[in-house]
Design a protein around this ligand. Structure first.
Ligand SMILES: Cc1cc2nc3c(=O)[nH]c(=O)nc-3n(C[C@H](O)[C@H](O)[C@H](O)COP(=O)(O)O)c2cc1C
Length: 196
């Protein structure tokens, strides 16, 4: 198969798309949409978020050094897009969209009630890169909706209807996994006995 070569660009796809909430010193809250986010370290749990300095959220997060990453389900896709094309400088997006807030367990920034999962984060480093500054933040607590947990306490994120973002478009996730971690090397079990 042949391929065409293009100049370098951020063609890493798909990526998650999230709603980030923050609160400034005057207790004003804001929400914005972020797709340039990723896991950076497991222990301690650190994520990265790339933020353009012109965003209102940039100001709030730099001031408080805290934020919450809210994972939206697909029924919130319109709100996700809206929060990414309108600034909190123009309007109160949370009010406009009817998104309701709850207290986080550790940080001052609020969580969005309608989102099934929230990651409470404290900023540890800010690295200027160019168009965006990279915020590294420790995840100090997570909140997961009860309905996503089974009786043993296992979290079933596949039932959260999360959204991915790929090349400018939003996509639903299939709730049927293609395989689980390590499945390629696992021995098949037939009637309780490993297959040779
Ligand atoms: C799908 C999508 C992904 C986005 N990802 C980012 C991002 O990773 N970093 C960023 O700084 N802005 C990103 N934006 C743009 C901001 O969300 C947008 O400029 C927003 O209006 C900023 O809001 P604020 O000024 O209230 O903070 C994204 C927008 C959309 C629609």
């Amino acid at each position: 198969m042949t391929k065409k070569v293009f100049k370098g660009s951020v063609m890493l796809n798909p990526v998650p798309v999230v709603l980030i909430t923050s609160k400034n010193k005057e207790n004003k809250t804001n929400v914005f949409t972020v797709a340039w986010t990723g896991t950076a370290c497991t222990k301690p749990p650190i994520i990265s978020v790339a933020i353009r300095p012109e965003r209102l959220s940039y100001e709030y997060i730099k001031e408080s050094m805290e934020f919450v990453v809210n994972l939206p389900s697909k029924d919130l896709v319109r709100q996700v897009d809206f929060c990414g094309v309108r600034s909190g400088r123009q309007m109160d997006k949370l009010k406009e969209l009817g998104l309701t807030l709850d207290d986080a367990s550790i940080v001052n920034a609020p969580i969005i009630k309608q989102c099934p999962v929230a990651l409470e984060c404290k900023v540890t480093n800010i690295i200027p890169l160019g168009s965006h500054d990279l915020f590294l933040a420790e995840v100090v607590a997570i909140q997961v909706e009860d309905r996503l947990m089974d009786a043993s306490g296992k979290i079933h994120l596949e039932n959260a209807d999360l959204i991915s973002y790929s090349h400018g478009e939003y996509f639903p996730l299939d709730n049927k996994a293609l395989g689980k971690f390590g499945f390629s090397v696992m021995k098949k079990i037939k009637k309780g006995k490993p297959v040779k």
